[in-house]
Design a protein around this ligand. Sequence first.
Ligand code: TXA
Ligand code: MG
Length: 344
Amino acid sequence: METLLLTVDEFVDNSENYTQAVNWFNSGEVVAFPTETVYGLGAVATDEQAVKKIFAAKGRPSDNPLIVHIGTMEEVARYVVDIPEIAKKCMEAFWPGPLTLVMKVKPNVLAASVTPGMQTVGLRMPNHPVALRLLQTLKKPLAAPSANRSGKPSPTKAMHVWEDLQGLIPCILDGGMTGIGVESTVLDVTLAQPVILRPGGVTKEMLEQVIGPVLEPNFEQQKIESTPKAPGMKYTHYAPNAPVYLIAQDKQQIECALEELQQQQHTVALLAPQNFANVKADYFFSFGDEHELEQMSATLYDALRACDKTNATIILATVTERKGVGTAIMNRLEKAAGGKWYQR
Ligand code: TXA
Ligand code: MG
């Protein structure tokens, strides 16, 4: 299959590109498009055959539910049994934006594969001009997971989608680099107390200001069987080809580790803030300025992907503080590393 790469930025009149994408959606095809978090691979969420193409293109396990994207708040009532008070407050405060709300799904409205065997559905209204214009023109909900091959880091640039899905999908809408760079926060509001199933751009602190106490299981707690979780989180995620190890943002520790690994004939890629650029790693990929969490989240996946273009045999990634979007960054880094820290 030939894959078209169509530019949709604010500098050109690209109505035709939107029309083409909408036509593809209406004829049961999948199209990749930018959101404010990462690129998504969309299909009309009520079209079972189209939704199946998402799973095929991504190589996604069929038991992993998809997030449904909508263009207006009024649509929510079509897909869920009821809208809890907490959800209403969240929608008002954070939509459009990087927050997915898990609610009780109305039976037989969405395609079965969107919510495989589940009683719930994750809904979100993205805050990106391209995604919103697409949804509002199409006037249908779009099921859209991140537009990467399953297991790989999510795409933050159209080129990442191209690298993973070229030849497998008919069209990628290129709207430039995404802003936030990590996926939306997934919040389950069906339980007595709301639970963050996946941390993201809308932080625990931000949520608690609006809805009060929110549970957020950490990496260790997430492994416990009884902890509520997003079905997708049990799979390998965000993984480059070489193994990733976490390390503190400490020059001396990093220099020792590099020396030791290079003595063992390793080729090392270092992912760290810009001020570590002068240490002697074989490859260096910057997370932006030190302590600038937003820069780090925006560049994280690009840096992880860049490692696959090198012959690095091991990747060291510096950790960050667990506050604000740092919680989401650490969640992705721990998954990429499988929880492993560098130890001498
Ligand atoms: O920012 C995002 O959320 C991006 C963009 C494209 O919108 N989408 C995204 O989708 O990250 P995906 O499929 O890569 O991740 C969705 C996560 C998975 O871990 C999935 O298991 C979880 O959300 N999820 C979806 N529906 C759920 C549900 N009903 N209950 C619990 N978890 C759910
Ligand atoms: Mg994903």
